[in-house]
Design a protein around this ligand. Sequence first.
Ligand SMILES: [Fe+2]
Length: 131
Amino acid sequence: MLAAKQASDEGLRLFEELKKELAAHETAEERFFYVPLFEHDSTVDASRHAIAEHHEMDEMVEDIEKLDPHAAEWMEGLRKLCEKVEHHLKEEEDKFFPQAGEVLTEEQKETLAGEYQQEHAALRAREVEAG
Ligand SMILES: [Fe+2]
């Protein structure tokens, strides 16, 4: 019983952290990476695909929130979300970042990376304030 409770507390903490991190990642990345990539024909599909995945992950988070954290479905939902996040990050790293590398100038890369980091930090700080 105690082990199960600890496991679910741990799962809840992980979920809350993942939820906040995803929200900041998605907004900052859409503002300072994918929107600029829509300017280029060769990166439209990548941008569309990644933003659709952001939305899918948001829906997975919403579905998990409707479940009882002590139910097996809740843990299964979290496991699936983690798999999806892993797939998403790998695809961005292996496919979309190299594609972006071909259309963005060095100056744009530097500026956008800085803006992303600033926005991400600001969004996370706002969440800490909000609790
Ligand atoms: Fe992303």
